[in-house]
Design a protein around this ligand. Structure first.
Ligand code: NAX
Length: 328
């Protein structure tokens, strides 16, 4: 059997953590032949809840789950970690300014990046889910000078999956008949779901995009504002679908994307597609099982360019706000 992989989940007792842990432990993320050691990192106030989750994980008697360990100390939780799922973050509370949210999270992710730099496994891969996810990932990466920036990513796979689901409904084709969708930019309302390179059954995304009213007034806002629609309907933010996106993201990263198909992930920009180097921006990506590779050479039309630029401008303003506050 393979040696176990260490997966550390922060915010493990939160709603996304709870939805993710059981599937990770059951082999949905790294494969059913891959033993896993789960490390749950939580704030001291949620350690009791994490202990309850560990009891439930025990009670599943899962064959691939080697051990469950609970921590409130990041240094211990990240020691030797292979996959860090950074889900825990400070939520935006009533009356909180966006700058305060950025600042509070910048402190958390700067500290976690520095600790990962010191104690993580040499092959560590980091997936940031906690919001503002892109900027949190950028902050973590720049506080981890010994870890290649390519090992840091932020989740836009939920947005990607939402776009596929909307296209499937629109075109009346199964999700498996859809490929070549891209989420560009920030995991926020400015994100741009690009279908111009997509294949949707026996049609192309470009053909569907000829209906500009649908594209502009329906498809793009439905995908970009899906999180708010879920909150309005459910009274709570996306949890199981966010956990599912996280698992899809890590699975593709660790096991590789199939064939020529691509997915979306926010990664540190090497300065392509007009995205300044160092920003953590969502791109079309493939994985060879080790690294994400940006799909290069896609033609970006004016419609797409304006929307990508707007989301990139938001990413720049987030980093500028963090820098102005001097927290990270
Ligand atoms: P919850 O509030 O249910 O859980 C968060 C958990 O994190 C809590 O248990 C808290 O104790 C813990 N925590 C906070 N700071 C921590 C720290 N410094 N170290 C360890 N644990 C810490 O939130 P949940 O609904 O699970 O959402 C988690 C994060 O995901 C939020 O920031 C949320 O905005 C973000 N999301 C990101 C998505 C994405 O696609 N990138 C989509 C879903 C979600 O909105």
């Amino acid at each position: 059997t393979k040696p176990p992989v260490v997966v550390t989940v922060t915010g493990a007792a939160g709603t996304i953590g709870y939805a993710a842990l059981f599937r990770v432990a059951a082999g949905a993320m790294l494969g059913h032949d891959q033993p896993v050691i789960l490390r749950l990192l939580e704030l001291p106030a949620a350690i009791g809840a994490a202990e309850g989750i560990a009891m439930e994980l025990d009670d599943c008697a899962l064959p691939q789950l080697v051990d469950v360990q609970i921590y409130d100390d990041p240094r211990a939780a990240f020691d030797g970690v292979n996959h860090a799922l950074l889900i825990g973050a400070k939520p935006r509370t009533k009356g909180m300014e966006r700058a305060d949210l950025l600042s509070a999270n910048a402190s958390i992710f700067a500290a976690q990046g520095a600790v990962l730099n010191d104690v993580a496994a040499d092959d560590v891969r980091v997936t940031v889910v906690g919001n503002p996810a892109n900027t949190n990932a950028a902050i973590a990466a720049r506080n981890a000078p010994d870890i290649p920036p390519s090992r840091f990513s932020a989740l836009t796979r939920l947005d990607h999956n939402r776009a596929i689901a909307q296209l499937s409904a629109r075109a009346g084709v199964p999700v498996t008949a859809i490929d070549g969708v891209t989420i560009w930019g920030n995991h926020s309302a400015t994100q741009y779901p690009d279908i111009f390179h997509a294949r949707v059954g026996d049609r192309t995304g470009a053909q569907l995009a000829e209906d500009r009213t649908w594209l502009v007034d329906d498809f793009i806002p439905t995908v970009a504002q899906r999180g708010s629609a879920i909150i309005a309907a459910r009274g709570a933010s996306s949890a199981a679908s966010a956990a599912n996106g996280t698992i899809d993201h890590v699975q593709d990263w660790a096991l590789g994307t199939p064939g020529d198909s691509w997915t979306s992930a926010a990664i540190v920009s090497p300065g392509v597609y007009g995205v300044p180097e160092g920003l953590v921006c969502s791109f079309p990506v493939r994985s060879n099982g080790t690294d994400w590779q940006i799909v290069e050479g896609l033609e970006i039309n004016d419609f797409s360019r304006a929307r990508i630029d707007a989301s990139v401008a938001e990413l720049q303003s987030e980093i500028a706000a963090v820098d102005a506050l001097g927290d990270a």
